[in-house]
Write a protein that binds this ligand. Structure first.
Ligand code: ZN
Length: 148
């Protein structure tokens, strides 16, 4: 288990150091700002929807390592997915972050690295911020989300 935790820590540190899909997306058609006042995490999510597909997605912002890594891993994972699959993934991640502590589903793959925050309730919002912004982007017009 310690080896797995070390691996997860490495994944998070790597994505924090070198966030994927970082920066504004000029042709985004959904833009959602997310804030987590508890920790001070702020991010803006840019989504380009094309039909039923998340054609492109990026983010920018500042925050703790967990929030940046979660945003980075999320954008990497959902780019090219359908809206339906992305919303289903949101539910899986949300359950993982807030759930009873069972093993994360295998198809979450690297996102399982975020499961460790369950041990730290104040960090759950850091990890879930980007995902709430994503859900808002897929289900409504431009807007803002806050974890509080
Ligand atoms: Zn945070």
């Amino acid at each position: 288990m310690n080896e797995l935790q070390d691996l997860y820590r490495e994944v998070i540190l790597d994505h924090n150091r070198d966030p994927r899909n970082f920066g504004e997306l000029a042709d985004a058609n959904r833009v959602v700002e997310g804030v987590n006042p508890l920790c001070g995490d702020k991010m803006t999510l840019y989504v380009k929807l094309h039909g039923d597909t998340v054609e492109d997605v990026s983010f920018k912002g500042t925050g703790c390592a967990i929030s940046v890594a979660s945003s980075s891993m999320m954008t990497e994972r959902v780019k090219g997915s359908s809206i339906g699959a992305t919303l289903a993934l949101f539910e899986q991640v949300h359950d993982m972050l807030t759930g009873s502590g069972g093993e994360p589903p295998a198809d979450l793959d690297k996102l399982a690295a975020l499961a460790g925050v369950r041990e730290f309730p104040s960090r759950v919002k850091c990890a879930s911020l980007a995902w709430h912004a994503l859900k808002a982007a897929l289900t409504g017009p431009n807007g803002k989300v806050s974890t509080e």
